[in-house]
Structure formats: structure tokens, C-alpha cells
Write a protein that binds this ligand. Structure first.
Ligand SMILES: Cc1cc2nc3c(=O)[nH]c(=O)nc-3n(C[C@H](O)[C@H](O)[C@H](O)COP(=O)(O)O)c2cc1C
Length: 339
């Protein structure tokens, strides 16, 4: 019987060879220029060689003032296109689908001039954000759009709008960080406007993902039902998949998480909105990913830290996955090969 993880999936017009997603993970290996370094080239190529169907490039800053760290990758300038195109090309050469996550960190950013929806300081941060003016908001939406143009020019098959983990878009989604009285006080408004702006420039045949936090784990924050209402208020036409994570805007009132803890959130969004989802969260083996697909919790499964510690995990555990030809002799198959 064919395992579900091995089966292909079509997002928009794009055929993805299996259901595995490498979660976007900031590697903090660039410098103040935000440019791609040899590390990133090797890193993403290696993970694509590891058999992952959809390789997501880490949160990439649409604006230098929206960086999580001074070592983030950037997509705020046309100078970034060439380096990013190497990542898209390498990922595809290795047989995977390439996606890039675009982000603005808002009040969580580094630097002196941080802004957010309201003047509410992030717990543990010594700086109060400036409240964004309408011009700031419009400029930021335009920066997301310009980033999408560059991502297309770099050759990515898919783009992911980062609306999770307490970064700018999710700050606008949360009653804990958005106290505005204007149009953008509506919790779905910035997310929706960014989606529509990206759609205007993103080629019709290419796929779009939105990453969201399904809950803030806080009594006064948003929960999964609020997120579903926010997503319902957005025009999700042309959004191919919702990538479901959680938390990040405030300290959670939960102290420990179990394997697969975000899967119920992905399941609820999938079934209530009738949209494809990517689910995961602390998945430590392929069995739990396979179960998530069998249970219809989600359509694709993301793995993060497992892949950092073991980039070739799936080559070793899923029989039908081909080792890259130069590495074939490394595959231990009984009877043991003589060296
Ligand atoms: C080193 C590291 C960097 C991360 N950077 C990002 C990021 O750039 N964008 C994002 O959406 N999530 C980021 N995350 C969260 C992961 O995508 C993923 O949701 C999280 O690690 C949980 O999945 P896991 O338990 O399989 O690792 C990061 C996680 C780690 C460990």
C-alpha cells in the first residue's frame, strides 16, 4: 500500500511530488545586506535532496525595518533577486517545489524605529512601537506586493504570506496588540489587503499559502474560532493552502506542548473553511505525519526541527524515496553491502 505521505498533490497548477513540507525556519546566516550566502544555497539544496516535496525558504524580510534579526534574509531590494534565484533553482533541480515566506516583523523587529498596529510593547522588549499611520500601512502593503514581484522574478513556484507567530500581520489580527479604531482595527483587514495586493502581481498559475497562528494561548487573545472568522472575512480566492501554526504574539498560558499539538487547529480550519491545510507541530517521526493525513487533519504535513537534526530522515524511512544517485551507496539495504 502506498503511504499517504508519498502521494503527490496539486496546488493551483503546480504538481508537488509528495505531502512533505520543510517548515520555514530562519537560519540567521545573512548579514546586514540580507543577501543569500553559500550556507543558504547548501542548506536548501540539501533539504530538497532529502526528498521533501515542498521546501520553504525562511521568513524573508520585505523591509529592512521589518527584520527579526540583522542576519535575516531580505527581499526588500531588487539586489536580492539574483541570490534568491539560486535557492529557487537549486530546490527545483533537486526535484522539489520552491516556496518563499515573506514577512514583516512589526513590533517584534530589531532596530530603533519599530512600529505596530498600536503603541503596545511586546513583553520583554525594551522599546515601545510607534502606532502605524495609514501611510505606513499602505507602504507596508506595497512592500509585500513588491516582495512578491521579486519572488516571482527569482523563480519561486509558490509564495507564503507570514501572518503567524506575532509578526506584523498577526499583530493586526490580535485584540492584544491591535487597539485601533480605524479600518485597520478590523482584525482581518491587513491580512486581507496583503493577500489581495500579492494576488495582483503573483502569476495566476503559481500557488499561494498563508501561514497563520491558530490560537494565541491567552484568555484575551484570539482562539481558533476567531481565526476562522478572520479567514472567512478575507477573500481567499486563489489562496491554495493555509499553513497552520500557533502562538508568538504574547507569552502563552500553556507550559508544555505534545507531539502534533497544532494538528487539531489545522483540522478545524480545513473542515470549517473547506480549504487545504498544512499541519504539524512537534512531529518526531513519519508515523504521526502519516496518521495526520489518514485522519484528514490536513493535506500536507510540515516538519521543522526533525529536519534540522536529520535532513535525510525521510530518505531513510520512506522506501519509495530515491537516494540521490551519488549517495546511493550510503543507503543501508540488507544484505549488507561490502565496502
Ligand atoms: C530555528 C527555527 C526557525 C524558525 N523560523 C521560522 C520562520 O522563519 N517562519 C515560520 O513561519 N516559522 C519559523 N519557525 C517555526 C517552524 O516553522 C515550525 O512551525 C516550528 O519549528 C514547529 O515545528 P517542529 O516542531 O516540526 O519544529 C522556526 C522554528 C525554528 C526551530
Amino acid at each position: 500500500m502506498q503511504a499517504k505521505l508519498e502521494t503527490s498533490i496539486i496546488l493551483n497548477q503546480h504538481h508537488i511530488k509528495n505531502r512533505l513540507v520543510m517548515a520555514p525556519m530562519c537560519m540567521y546566516q545573512s548579514d546586514d545586506t540580507g543577501s543569500v550566502k553559500p550556507f543558504h544555497e547548501a542548506h536548501y539544496y540539501m533539504h530538497a535532496l532529502g526528498g521533501i516535496g515542498l521546501v520553504m525558504v525562511e521568513a524573508t524580510a520585505i523591509d529592512p525595518n521589518g527584520r527579526i534579526s540583522l542576519n535575516d534574509l531580505g527581499i526588500w531590494s531588487n539586489n536580492h533577486i539574483k541570490g534568491l534565484s539560486v535557492l529557487a533553482t537549486r530546490i527545483k533541480e533537486a526535484g522539489s517545489t520552491s516556496c518563499i515566506q515573506i514577512n514583516h516583523a512589526g513590533r517584534k523587529a530589531v532596530g530603533k524605529n519599530i512600529f505596530g498596529p498600536s503603541k503596545i510593547q511586546l513583553e520583554g522588549k525594551d522599546q515601545q512601537p510607534k502606532e502605524m499611520t495609514l501611510d505606513d500601512i499602505h507602504d507596508t502593503i506595497k512592500s509585500f506586493q513588491d516582495a512578491a514581484v521579486r519572488a516571482d522574478k527569482a523563480g519561486f513556484d509558490m509564495i507564503e504570506i507570514h501572518a503567524a507567530h506575532g509578526y506584523l500581520i498577526s499583530q493586526f489580527m490580535s485584540p492584544l496588540s491591535n487597539l485601533r479604531n480605524d479600518l485597520y482595527g478590523k482584525k482581518h483587514q491587513l491580512l486581507n489587503d496583503v493577500i489581495q495586493a500579492v494576488k495582483q502581481v503573483w502569476p495566476i498559475e503559481k500557488a499561494i499559502s498563508v501561514r497563520i497562528s491558530g490560537t494565541e494561548y491567552h484568555p484575551d487573545g484570539f482562539d481558533i474560532d476567531d481565526v476562522i472568522e478572520i479567514l472567512k472575512a478575507c477573500n481567499l480566492d486563489r489562496v491554495d493552502i493555509i499553513h497552520v501554526s500557533s502562538g508568538g504574539n504574547v507569552r502563552p498560558n500553556v507550559t508544555s506542548f505534545e507531539e502534533g499539538y497544532q494538528l487539531p487547529l489545522a483540522r478545524k480550519i480545513k473542515h470549517q473553511l473547506n480549504i487545504k491545510t498544512i499541519g504539524g507541530g512537534l512531529l518526531n517521526d513519519y508515523i504521526i505525519g502519516e496518521q495526520a493525513l489518514t485522519n484528514d487533519d490536513c493535506d500536507m504535513v510540515f516538519y521543522g526541527r526533525l529536519l534540522l537534526r536529520d535532513p535525510f530522515y525521510f530518505l531513510r524511512h520512506i522506501d519509495s524515496f530515491e537516494f540521490p544517485i551519488p549517495y546511493k551507496r550510503g543507503k543501508l539495504t540488507p544484505p549488507k553491502e561490502k565496502l
